[in-house]
Design a binder for this molecule. Structure first.
Ligand code: FAD
Length: 369
């Protein structure tokens, strides 16, 4: 029996923070927008498994999309959160060096940040002790532009504005496969809907699922079907009081920014994420990772009470380069890349994707013309 088919102007696949930001932007530009989400709720993919940090834009190469979108997205996000009363706090962060060898790397980080338009203040070990007696460091950088955000509140607001502009979110509707041709894009939907959609414009913002979907996309050139790796990061929460009021980051490590202390808006601390390359999407937090956390944190907070650390949650970074691959930028393949009008695929939207979401949305709208 033939499946029922419907026409729709614009489809966004994936209801994470990036998909919702794009859908809202497109709906506000007057399009009829449908968001298709595989799961039973929105925002339960990578967007609910992160540090909720509004990044300043420090570490990324100056000519990268990550640098441009992080800096622009951060400005847009602070304005958006302030105007919609979404929970956020520009609390600032310390980047700490715990020995002289690391202290020498601070200079290079400060230069990279400056090239991205982000000014960091340098502090000596003594100056830090005066500011933050519990912190042990031989030098540090202070980032005043870093903050935290209620990511669920942000997604709720984006969804509300999408719906106010006439857009719709449809849950339990995985896109199984697609075909693009000169006549538009044909999407086969499974789950509750189980229909065929014919769309003039499609944005693939399926997070970890985006490359798999691209593999099942007839008409898309092989060069627009990237390989993806998973880098899991786990978090431990800290019960009880702790002495810090700002975020604290060690120096970045391959694959991530290092196990850092981040705060939620109630002041509760959590530590993470570490980096573990995995083959499958598995969110188990192995309690045995605790010892490595304790050793890492004690480098800069010697009086940590390890008995207050509890396994919390895990997130998985969608990586476009493997363990030895070095830096990989966000990848946003629009018509200029694959030659198919009205189609944009987003790949490798790892950190700072939350911070960048509003800037990415604006860019994707430009790609669709
Ligand atoms: C450990 C960790 C820490 C991070 N910390 C930060 C941070 O502090 N600050 C920051 O700026 N960024 C951070 N990030 C990055 C940020 O969380 C992501 O960039 C962002 O959440 C990605 O959003 P998304 O909408 O692209 O993906 P997702 O939130 O994963 O949304 C994709 C959605 O698509 C759906 N989907 C998948 N396949 C299909 C399909 N075939 N059909 C329909 N729907 C489908 C999924 O169910 C999901 O809901 C972190 C990431 C990780 C992993």
């Amino acid at each position: 029996m033939d499946r029922e088919s419907y026409n729709v102007q614009t489809v966004v696949i994936g209801a994470g923070v990036v998909g919702l930001a794009i859908a809202r932007e497109l709906a506000l530009s007057g399009r009829e927008v449908l968001v298709l989400e595989a799961g039973p709720r929105f925002g339960e993919g990578i967007s609910s498994r992160n540090s909720e940090v509004i990044h300043a834009g420090i570490y990324y190469p100056a000519d990268s999309l990550k640098a441009a979108f992080c800096v622009r997205g951060r400005q847009l996000l602070y304005e958006y959160c302030a105007s919609r009363k979404i929970g956020h706090r520009k609390c600032g962060k310390w980047i700490v060096a715990t020995n002289d060898r690391q202290a020498a790397r601070l200079e290079a980080i400060a230069r990279q940040a400056e090239a991205n338009g982000v000014h960091l203040q340098q502090f000596s070990g003594d100056a830090i002790r005066a500011q933050c007696p519990d912190l042990r460091a031989s030098g540090a950088l202070w980032s005043s532009q870093t903050g935290i955000v209620d990511s669920h509140g942000l997604m709720l607001s984006l969804l509300g504005e999408l719906e106010d502009a006439g857009g719709r979110l449809v849950l339990n509707s995985p896109v199984l496969s697609a075909e693009s041709s000169g006549n538009g894009h044909r999407l086969e939907i499974g789950g509750d809907a189980s229909v065929t959609l014919l769309a003039g414009e499609v944005v693939n913002a399926a997070g970890l699922g985006a490359p798999t979907l691209a593999q099942n996309w007839r008409g898309l050139p092989a060069s627009s079907r990237p390989e993806q790796w998973y880098a899991r990061g786990v978090y431990f929460s800290y019960s009880g009081r702790q002495p810090f009021d700002q975020l604290i980051y060690p120096l970045p490590e391959p694959g991530g920014l290092g196990v850092h202390l981040t705060l939620d808006l109630a002041g509760q601390a959590r530590f993470g994420p570490d980096v573990e390359w995995v083959e499958v999407e598995d969110y188990t937090v192995d309690p045995n990772r605790l010892q490595a956390f304790v050793e890492g944190i004690r480098q800069w907070w010697p009086s940590l009470d390890a008995s207050k650390l509890q396994p919390a949650y895990a997130g998985i970074r969608p990586k476009l380069a493997g363990p030895d691959g070095g830096f990989a930028d966000f990848r946003i393949d629009g018509p200029g890349v694959h030659g198919l009008a009205g189609l944009v695929h987003l790949f490798g939207i790892e950190s700072p994707g939350l911070t960048s979401s509003l800037a990415i949305a604006d860019y994707v709208k430009g790609q669709l013309g």
